[in-house]
Write a protein that binds this ligand. Structure first.
Ligand code: GDP
Length: 596
């Protein structure tokens, strides 16, 4: 059965690009609000910290109505994925709306969520918002979005996505910039026409996969999920089963069932295929559980909740100042609050320690824990925390593995050198670099999670608050060795704005940059410890042809012709050759040079 009367979509947006305003406007125009009723609460991002940090952590549900269709809109966590939440949200929907500011263009924060949507083959509607802004540049932004989609390997259908131009603030959307519009109808119509209706077998046994968990003090845990097959009814007996633990089944009775309506949950007696429902009254309901009819118990496959990668101790604050400002200072307060957090945050672990004064809290990266710490401090909890430590694993052969992170950075050009250098010292490997025309450089690194510990604050200082940094967990990899803060600088070569080669040099002027044969390098720069790019003399030598040009440690790479000392400019001309070159900096006086 195809539920033509339902559409399930996720909304993806960089903070401040207008997601909340857009959803408010869709709500208003959908008639959910009576004519003179104000939008009481902007529920889409109720967590104050999310706004301040520019990230949304909790996903929320809203439903708007257009004509005879109910459109469930699910907010995605715009930022780092703390436990696979993005994928869980996306599994409930049949398409996404990407909201992009018509002036700012796509931002790296949305890149990760978008890439997940593309991987799941979801169609994308691009909503270029804020076209009323005087400095709006919608045409360029469309190109930038297409570029991003191509970069993320979007399919041909996904690249052929509709672009809807909107001013959420003024309440209109249009498919054609030259066509006037006074309402959101073009966006509503695009959703109906372009996003497939959910499908399933309504005659089959019930299957509802719990994809997110909400928590409410009065009703306890609330599971939210989509009805994949069959129907679900109040008073129905169900079996609760988990894909990863199929033997642990439980019989439960459905006592409270809701659907979303506007910003509220409304009680319903039954729901069928394609509906997104909320279920309360079942204790110990977990993400990944499937509610099934007893006659047909089959769990829906579900990705495992990701394991924590980092831990910290939260310790009762026994300083003489303790309790003077905070409301909650005792061990009991701390314990209750931490364990309560487990109700909604599935990727967090809290453990008691030998002392009642301290708790070991583990999560997905330093940011995950720091968001919790800030939330708690704001609520009036006073406590101390230890330095974060990463959680190591070992492989079958006993080799030490460590958690890795992918880091996306967006900084004004003048700070990129500093960032590259600092992260290189922390064992970060530069994987991509591009300079856009708005004066920002985008950098991508792969780095051990421990290399990021304590870096965020440094990064904010180094970039004078102008940098954006996002990291996502990238699996476990063999231990990368101790981090030594000894290296002195880095050397980069560019080709058409992309970094093609990159190396480090240390205080003894030693360090190497290998550039592949045929590479046409048009610019290079060397960055010293100060982080400032300056003029430099370089040693350039030709090496023998190498097959594996990245094997800087191989013997072959050492067979060099005698070095020639050149200026950076000469060196860069020289590099445009058909042989592999080795470039080493000769002095630490450096300057950025862009050669035409
Ligand atoms: P969110 O963080 O994505 O939820 O963004 P908000 O909806 O809170 O919007 C961020 C800011 O942009 C607010 O000050 C809005 O008033 C403003 N804004 C939202 N949509 C528009 C628009 O279409 N035009 C203009 N000029 N401003 C907008």
């Amino acid at each position: 059965m195809k539920r033509e009367d339902v559409r399930n979509i996720a909304i993806i947006a960089h903070v401040d690009h207008g997601k909340t305003t857009l959803v408010d406007e869709l709500l208003k125009q959908s008639g959910v609000f009576r004519a003179n009723q104000e939008v009481a609460e902007r529920v889409m991002d109720s967590n104050a910290i999310e706004r301040e940090r520019g990230i949304t952590i909790l996903s929320k549900n809203t439903a708007v109505f257009y004509k005879d269709t109910k459109i469930n809109i699910i907010d995605t966590p715009g930022h780092a994925d703390f436990g696979g939440e993005v994928e869980r949200v996306l599994k409930m929907v049949n398409g996404v709306i990407l909201v992009v500011d018509a002036f700012e263009g796509p931002m790296p924060q949305t890149r990760f969520v978008l890439s997940k949507a593309l991987e799941l083959d979801l169609p994308v509607i691009v909503c270029v918002n804020k076209i009323d802004r005087p400095e709006a540049r919608p045409d360029e932004v469309v190109d930038e979005v297409l570029e991003l989609l191509m970069d993320l390997d979007a399919s041909d259908e996904q690249l052929d996505c509709p672009f809807v131009y909107a001013s959420a603030k003024s309440g209109f959307a249009t498919l054609d910039l030259n066509k006037e519009s006074h309402d959101m109808v073009p966006l509503f119509e695009t959703i109906l026409n372009y996003i497939p209706a959910p499908e399933g077998d309504e005659t089959a046994g019930t299957q509802v996969l719990i994809s997110t968990i909400d928590y409410n003090e009065y009703v306890g845990r609330i599971g939210v999920g989509k009805v994949d097959n069959g129907t679900i009814k109040v008073n129905q007996d169900c079996v609760l089963v988990n894909h990863h633990e199929p033997d642990k089944q439980r019989r439960v009775k459905i006592s409270k069932l809701y659907e979303f309506d506007g910003l509220n949950k409304v009680a319903v007696n039954e729901a069928t295929v394609g509906s997104i429902v909320a279920i309360s009254g079942i204790s110990d309901l977990h993400i990944g559980d499937t509610l099934c009819s007893p006659e047909h118990v089959e769990a829906i496959p579900f990705q495992k909740i990701s394991e924590p990668t980092i831990s910290m101790h939260f310790v009762v604050n026994d300083s003489p100042m303790a309790g003077q400002e905070g409301k909650f200072v005792t061990s009991r307060h701390l314990r209750d609050r931490l364990f309560r957090e487990l109700n909604t945050d599935v990727s967090l672990r809290v453990e008691e320690t030998e002392t009642t004064e301290a708790f070991k809290v583990s999560g997905r990266g330093e940011l995950h824990l720091s968001v919790l710490i800030e939330n708690m401090r704001r609520e009036g909890y006073e406590f101390a925390v230890s330095k974060a430590e990463v959680i190591y694993h070992t492989d079958e052969r006993g080799k030490k593995l460590e958690p890795m992170e992918l880091v996306y950075i967006d900084v004004p050009d003048e700070f990129s050198g500093n960032v590259i250098q600092k992260l290189a010292l922390r064992k970060g490997e530069l994987q991509g670099m591009s300079v856009n025309n708005s004066g920002n450089t985008r950098l991508q690194f792969s780095i051990p999670a421990r290399g990021l510990i304590g870096y965020r604050g440094e990064f904010m200082t180094d970039t004078k608050g102008n940098g954006i940094m996002n990291s996502i967990f990238d699996g476990y990899a063999p231990y990368k060795g101790d981090i030594q803060f000894r290296k002195q600088g880095s050397l980069i070569a560019f080709e058409s704005g992309e970094a093609v080669a990159y190396g480090l040099f240390n205080a003894q002027d030693r360090g190497t940059l290998f550039i592949e044969p045929g590479t046409k390098v048009y610019a290079g720069m060397v960055i010293g410890q100060s982080g400032k790019p300056e003029d430099i003399e370089l040693n350039v030598c030709k090496t023998k042809h190498l097959t594996n040009t990245r094997s800087s440690g191989s013997d072959e790479a050492l067979k060099l012709t005698p070095p020639k000392i050149m200026s950076l400019e000469q060196c860069l001309e020289f590099i445009d050759s058909d042989e592999l070159l080795e470039v080493t900096p000769k002095s630490l006086r450096i300057r950025k040079k862009i050669l035409d």
